[in-house]
Design a protein around this ligand. Structure first.
Ligand SMILES: NC(=O)c1ccc[n+]([C@@H]2O[C@H](COP(=O)([O-])OP(=O)(O)OC[C@H]3O[C@@H](n4cnc5c(N)ncnc54)[C@H](O)[C@@H]3O)[C@@H](O)[C@H]2O)c1
Length: 435
């Protein structure tokens, strides 16, 4: 791994582009601007608030991550977005209804200035949406080339040093990996043939990688999680990561399930249901988009609990996930989990979780961290799939033949140890020797 001297400093301005300017993206942008103005705190963001222990405990060295790692300063960040809906960031935030007028109105001048670029959008991939702010082109390759031009124009117009992208667009219909996703050549030929397996999210990913823009995938869409784009990212020297922000119920799952397993308690079943009333909920009301989300949510428990290794505890547990679109709740999701666990001598017990969360409030700091850490990764010379960013994702990408890591605490250790190693510090193992 690279050492401290190999990390390029964060000089100049960093552009953060979001395909999608809906609830998550506008809450993220508004929050960063409020923090810059001193009217809010960046709660939920590791890059802004967390410390990192260095060396032995007795050394008492625990700087803030942002003082240890050369990250871009919030003052140096510039925002841009694409969206098929032409609303500027203020209008979109108002419609999303996440932030109160008290928080939103003082930011109106700033947010109104962020207008989405024309999107690459096709209703076949997000059936519940209609948009007028959409590019036209000869074929998918041509559309992707237009995205590349947008990135170059955005960089030039704002005098940017570097750009990263975080997908905050809708969840597309489920696409199975196929031959067109296998190699760069097959992928590029398929773009020219307008192949149905090349979704808009993949065109953004391709365009970003070609422009040297790190790409983070906040939705469960396949996007960068295919061999062709992983190879392209390696070839172009660009970090990529995904998929699907780990925020509400799944975040809770990856906290509780490792606890059940650590105590060697059994699991008979886990039933999760949600009510959600924002646009994301409406999009997910379409079974084809829900299928993409469901795949992402279901994978978690199996990899944490390892039924192959512990059949008597976890073989055949039942796992059900439901999302119900219920408009009155807007962005304020309510989730219920019923967990049937099994204890000593096979006695059944139950855990109930009732989580009243705010989806975009949980997701916004993840967007910030992913953008800043991916920019850092690029300057540290990392490329291709960034497994150390699994901490942020429900359905982390993983090397071929390996299971993704879902346990939040292992993910956190991996993230912090990666930062330590990149900065020339020893990893922390928490063993007695490492006191
Ligand atoms: N909020 C969370 O906790 C959370 C957690 C995990 C994943 N996500 C995912 O993050 C994404 C954003 O969530 P949200 O609540 O902001 O949704 P949202 O519906 O408010 O915003 C999504 C935006 O993306 C736009 N869009 C759709 N297709 C596009 C395209 N091809 N190009 C550019 N823009 C496009 C839509 O017009 C919309 O404005 C969703 O995919 C959601 O599943 C959110």
């Amino acid at each position: 791994m690279s050492s401290r001297s190999a990390v390029r400093p964060a000089t100049g301005k960093l552009g953060i582009l979001t395909p999608g300017l809906g609830a998550v993206a506008t809450t993220f942008i508004a929050g960063v601007e409020a923090v810059r103005r001193g009217s809010a705190r960046p709660i939920g963001s590791l890059t802004q608030l967390a410390t990192i222990r260095l060396g032995k405990r007795s050394e008492k060295r625990a700087p803030l991550i942002k003082d240890f790692v050369p990250l871009a300063a919030l003052q140096d960040v510039v925002f841009g977005a694409w969206d098929p809906i032409p609303d500027d960031a203020y209008t979109a935030a108002k419609k999303a209804g996440v932030l109160t007028p008290q928080d939103l109105e003082p930011l109106k001048d700033f947010l109104s200035g962020i207008k989405p670029m024309k999107a690459v959008f096709d209703q076949r991939y997000v059936t519940r949406l209609q948009g007028s702010n959409v590019k036209a082109g000869k074929h998918k390759r041509d559309l992707a080339e237009q995205l590349r031009q947008d990135i170059r124009d955005f960089k030039k117009a704002n005098g940017l040093d570097r750009v990263v992208a975080v997908w905050c667009g809708s969840t597309e219909i489920f696409i199975k990996p196929s031959a067109v996703h296998e190699t760069i050549a097959a992928f590029e030929a398929a773009m020219e043939q307008d192949h149905a397996d090349i979704a808009p999210s993949m065109l953004y990913a391709w365009a970003c990688i070609m422009e040297g823009v790190a790409y983070c995938n906040g939705a469960p869409n396949l996007a960068v999680d295919c061999p062709a784009l992983i190879q392209l990212a390696e070839r172009q020297g660009v970090p990529i990561s995904g998929k699907d922000f780990k925020t509400g119920q799944t975040w809770m799952k990856t906290v509780i399930a490792p606890g059940i397993k650590a105590r060697m308690l059994g699991l008979a079943g886990w039933y999760s249901t949600n009510i959600l009333g924002n646009r994301d909920g409406e999009v997910l009301d379409d079974p084809a988009s829900f299928k993409t989300k469901e795949e992402s949510k279901l994978s978690v428990l199996h990899t944490i609990l390892q039924p192959e290794t512990y059949p008597e505890l976890y073989d055949g547990f039942s796992h059900v996930v439901r999302i119900n679109y219920y408009p009155p709740r807007g962005d304020n999701k309510e989730g219920w989990d019923n967990i049937d666990i099994v204890g000593w001598m096979g006695y059944p017990m139950q855990i109930k979780v009732n989580f009243l969360c705010r989806d975009s409030i949980l997701a916004a700091p993840l967007v910030l961290d992913l953008a800043l850490l991916s920019d850092f990764a690029m300057r540290a010379g990392l490329k291709g799939m960034q497994e150390w960013l699994s901490f942020y994702y429900k359905s982390p990408m993983s090397a071929p033949g390996l299971q993704p890591e879902h346990d939040l605490f292992i993910q956190q250790t991996k993230l912090k140890n990666t930062l330590r190693e990149l900065m020339g510090e020893a990893p922390v193992t928490h063993s007695e020797e490492d006191a």
